[in-house]
Design a protein around this ligand. Structure first.
Ligand code: DNO
Length: 348
């Protein structure tokens, strides 16, 4: 697989020159983070992003994400207009030579954690999720704050959105996803861009909001609803692996041709609905990460993979989950697995 890392643009405390020094890292995963969801991206901004990445000696491999506006997920009167804007962004991304686009279809909140700096026995901190905690807390400003969404809405907007979702159950959300896919996949195919939906994180309904990208059945439904290879998956081991009934190896076997992007990270499940993020190294987590990555390398040798969330180690401070050090360790673990598989392939 192509080794990549995520970069949050010029405001990211982790710099491109630092990523460039991670051995064998070739690709960058990024987005136009300054453009508000729903606004079409401009080719000028996109080309500028590409130039910055290339000037650092790296390749712009994946866009993560073009945000899907809530009007699309809600399926309301403005969805067609929002879809047109999304397609406009997609065309701009394709024109910059990017062939893989990650997106998600989680209502209101993207990934959710209850603690972004939970102390671990070795003195590091990591992101953790406790179901009881999320249910106990009132969501509002300053609560469950997360990089990405906490600042995205005012409390009034949040209340409106949650009220709008009261009308949208899982079946409706699924239909809205199919509507979106039918509108965007043909254009993605024409542009030669692989779309890769990111699974729900965590992969179950949270805060009374439906989620429809969580299980094997969900993924199968999505892939079959629009049977085109440009309608594909981001295989996020950490998201899917938080759920004990998700058999990741079986999912890889079932969906390999449609897996266009891989997020590798490890979680330790403490119960059916509680987990800690742990080092990438296989035996720390509840998933046999090494086995899944080896199989992915075997079946999908060309797709981009990135180490996902890291812990905070060695005194680093920064964006929770996205410091440099532990993600670089994760990158090297992945590189080791990829090399092992290549050796095996070439020399038996
Ligand atoms: C979290 C990420 C997600 C992901 C989006 C994709 O760290 O994996 O925020 O980027 O869900 O749309």
């Amino acid at each position: 697989m192509e080794l990549t890392m995520r970069w949050f643009g010029p405001a990211d405390p982790v710099k491109l020159w630092q990523l460039r020094q991670v051995p064998n890292l070739s690709g960058v995963v990024t987005a136009l983070h300054d453009i508000v969801p729903g606004e079409p991206w401009t080719s000028q901004a996109m080309q500028a992003l590409r130039s910055v990445v290339e000037a650092a000696g790296l390749r712009l491999s994946v866009i993560e994400s073009i945000p899907v506006h809530e009007d699309i997920k809600l399926g309301n009167a403005r969805r067609d207009e929002r879809i047109q804007a999304w397609l406009e962004s997609l065309r701009v991304v394709a024109a910059a030579g990017v062939q893989t686009v990650c997106y998600n279809f989680m209502p209101v909140f993207d990934w959710i954690r209850t603690d972004l700096a939970h102390p671990q026995p070795d003195g590091s901190t990591s992101l953790v999720f406790r179901q009881a905690e999320v249910e106990r807390r009132q969501i509002g400003v300053g609560e469950l704050s997360l990089p990405g969404w906490a600042e995205a809405y005012t409390p009034a907007e949040l209340a409106d959105l949650r009220a709008a979702y009261a009308e949208v159950d899982a079946a409706a959300l699924r239909q809205n996803l199919v509507y979106f896919l039918r509108a965007v996949v043909p254009e993605a195919a024409r542009l030669g861009v692989k779309l890769a939906i990111h699974p729900d994180d965590p992969p179950w309904p949270v805060l009374g909001l439906p989620r429809v990208v969580s299980t094997t059945e969900d993924l199968r439904f999505i892939l079959e609803a629009v049977p085109n290879e440009h309608n594909g998956l981001t295989f996020c081991l950490g998201s899917l692996g938080a759920r004990p009934d998700n058999d990741l190896l079986a999912m890889v076997e079932a969906f390999a041709p449609r897996i266009h992007f891989v997020h590798a990270r490890n979680v330790k499940r403490l119960s059916d609905r509680d987990f800690d993020e742990v080092p990438h190294v296989s035996h720390f987590g509840s998933t046999n990460l090494a086995r899944v990555v080896l199989r992915l390398e075997e079946l999908r040798p060309r797709v981009p993979v990135r180490p996902d969330h890291g812990r905070m180690i060695w005194g680093e401070t920064g964006r929770p989950g996205y410091g440099l050090y532990d993600r670089a360790l994760g990158a090297m673990y992945l590189q080791g697995l990829i090399d092992a598989m290549r050796e095996r392939r070439q020399h038996g």
